[in-house]
Design a binder for this molecule. Sequence first.
Ligand SMILES: NC(=O)c1ccc[n+]([C@@H]2O[C@H](COP(=O)([O-])OP(=O)(O)OC[C@H]3O[C@@H](n4cnc5c(N)ncnc54)[C@H](OP(=O)(O)O)[C@@H]3O)[C@@H](O)[C@H]2O)c1
Length: 277
Amino acid sequence: MKENVSFIGTGNMGGALIHAACRALDPAQVHITDYMVEKAQEMADELGCGCVSSNREAVLAGTYIFMCVKPQVMGGVLKEIAPVVKECLDRGEKKIIVSIAAGLQLAYIKEQLAQCGDALRVIRVMPNTPAAIGKGMIAVAADPEVEEEYVSGVMEILSDAGRVERLAENLMDQFTVVSGCSPAFVYMFIEALADGGVMTGLPRAQAMTYAAQTVMGAAAMVLETGKHPGELKDAVCSPAGSTIVGVAKLEEKGFRSAAIEAVKAGYEKNIDLGKVK
Ligand SMILES: NC(=O)c1ccc[n+]([C@@H]2O[C@H](COP(=O)([O-])OP(=O)(O)OC[C@H]3O[C@@H](n4cnc5c(N)ncnc54)[C@H](OP(=O)(O)O)[C@@H]3O)[C@@H](O)[C@H]2O)c1
């Protein structure tokens, strides 16, 4: 890809995507900025990419502009950059605004940038934090007027962040919980498995490694064999064995129901976040 890429916001998620973009592209094509410019400068020094000192300069520096600020401040930042985006579009430059904010619809992003006119292109991306080590699950949504080359461009920029798939926008809020939020749920499960290990006598560090490696292996079994998780679970449960006793205990304590309810609660929260104006 020849175009440059800018990132506004170098926090947890923005930082993970910046690392991935600097692996997928020449770091010289990447420019970053943050409210605290020193924070962006430190990351730029580490990665060899550019650092600019304002959101305006970030817009000027990139064809693709990744908006990596919290949903609550996104409206203000979009309104701040709208005049410079318009200036660039009026000069015939291409600008593709890429939002990674949970809950905010494409229509909302476009509304904040309404003064930019029809030439503006907006894409919505939902990543998760394992993107930091190239093992993320990332969805990309765009309206029909967005040319394929720009959607492919975004997918290329993120190609080193993990598995990147296109998704219809009306499923983004659901995806946001199942992939964006659920690393937190999975970490809780790993910690709980390790706690159980410690309770039964394993040293803490070993218990943590065994639990994490097992969760990673089980996830890979689902993806690589294509088998239903229920079938894979059945294959571990021998008659009258120790696994089925554990499975029964998880059912008794509402494990599956708790996971389903957690996804539903996160989804409802995303809908609320989407109402931010
Ligand atoms: N964390 C996740 O797992 C995750 C997953 C999927 C999507 N997301 C989305 O990613 C976005 C960023 O979340 P995050 O967790 O990375 O948040 P974060 O760590 O707080 O990062 C946001 C960054 O933006 C900076 N910032 C705030 N206002 C700014 C402004 N006006 N101009 C430039 N930079 C500004 C913040 O600087 P200060 O710290 O100085 O305020 C901070 O460095 C959110 O929209 C979230 O919905 C996050």
